[in-house]
Design a protein around this ligand. Structure first.
Ligand code: HEM
Ligand SMILES: *[C@@H]1O[C@H](CO)[C@@H](O)[C@H](O)[C@H]1NC(C)=O
Length: 327
């Protein structure tokens, strides 16, 4: 009897030793074998479609959620982890994550996928698929993302603060973060900033440009007639304002026209005018139809692939996207 128990525990030990790093690839869940879950991508897509039918704003939330996940410890869904007794300050608690949303969409897809193929599809992959689907539904811009990401076990508010850009960043600071720290390009920075063509911001994220004086890098009329109206000084509640006041719900290249017109909310947006290279790109995307869409479909997969965890010792397939497995 004792021997049997011993043998069995050796078996368990063996079975739990990770042998190979996961391989990341296209159509990952369609492959045969233990990692199969052929409906994974279509299930995620139908959940995203339903969510956007009810509220298009969820699309913006999902795109920002991917960015805020991938810049902090890579695309490991660390952003979804809720605070717990063991981890009272996860990324969600960081001030820089103000207004973050779309969590419920990931939860819902995960619940359906756990019924269909338990323990197979990572939350990090669900988020990458969901952001891609949101982009496609909003604009028709299609791109492929590989899969096979593992979910991380660590989530820290201070790491979010260290790895995400505040709206006050200047161009040099943005380039240091995107290029030097994250290995993206200046073009990726300009292209991805175009996501500020949809969605909303809290007043508190930019009222420093409105009061006491209007920031000279902000158009005076826009500030007076639009932003100051929507965000009164010393307001009791922190209101929300559309990022793109011309075509607020359209995932289009209007953002770049707004940048040229000094009609964007954040000084980080304006700062794209402060070097020849970034300014030239802004002008290109503002004036050449189709250029931004084509480049967005290149930069988004790069964002979706930042610093993936492929070593099973460092990651897992979470059962619930809001908590690590051995909670
Ligand atoms: C370049 C540096 C960036 C800065 C400084 C920045 C800053 C911000 C800020 C302050 C907000 C408003 C948060 C609030 O007050 O509620 C916001 C919203 C948003 N950001 Fe960024 N962001 C940057 C880059 C990006 C990138 C790369 C993406 C995606 C590819 C992105 C997508 C979005 C979206 C879609 C929203 C609206 C979210 C919603 O309506 O739910 N941003 N950003
Ligand atoms: C995505 O990959 C599939 C299969 O490899 C391919 O047929 C399709 O054209 C790709 N889509 C895009 C937008 O690149």
């Amino acid at each position: 009897m004792k021997n049997k128990v011993l043998l069995f525990s050796f078996f368990l030990l063996y079975a739990s030793i990770p042998t190979n790093a996961r391989e990341v690839g296209l159509g990952y869940y369609k492959h045969k074998g233990t990692c199969s879950c052929s409906d994974a991508e279509s299930i995620v897509k139908s959940v995203v479609e339903e969510a956007l039918k009810k509220d298009r704003g969820v699309g913006a939330a999902l795109i920002r959620l991917l960015f805020h996940d991938c810049f902090v410890r890579g695309c490991d869904c660390s952003v979804l982890l809720d605070k717990s007794a063991r981890n009272p300050y996860p990324e969600k608690q960081a001030k820089i994550n103000i207004g973050l949303g779309g969590f419920e969409v990931i939860d819902e897809a995960k619940i359906l996928l756990e019924k269909r193929c338990p323990g197979v599809v990572s939350c990090a992959d669900i988020l990458a698929f969901a952001a891609r689907d949101a982009v496609e539904i909003l604009n028709g811009i299609g791109y492929n993302v590989t899969a096979g990401r593992l979910d991380g076990k660590v989530s820290s508010a201070s790491e979010a603060d260290q790895n995400l850009p505040p709206p006050t960043f200047n161009r040099q600071q943005l380039e240091d973060l995107f290029v030097t720290k994250k290995g993206l390009t200046v073009e990726d920075l300009v292209v991805l900033s175009g996501a500020h063509t949809i969605g909303q911001s809290h007043c508190s994220s930019f009222t420093n440009r409105l009061y006491p004086n209007i920031d000279p890098t902000l158009d005076r009329d826009f500030a007076n007639n639009n932003l100051r109206m929507q965000c009164p000084q010393n307001a009791y509640v922190d209101g929300v304002v559309n990022l793109d006041h011309v075509t607020p719900d359209a995932l289009d290249s209007q953002y770049y026209k707004n940048v040229l017109d000094l009609n964007t909310l954040f000084s980080s947006d304006w700062s794209l005018l402060t070097s020849q290279e970034t300014r030239d790109l802004v002008v290109e995307y503002a004036t050449k139809p189709g250029d931004w869409e084509a480049d967005f479909a290149v930069s988004m997969p790069k964002l979706s692939n930042l610093n993936l965890i492929t070593n099973p010792a460092e990651g897992e397939i979470r059962k619930c996207c809001r908590a690590v497995n051995n909670y």
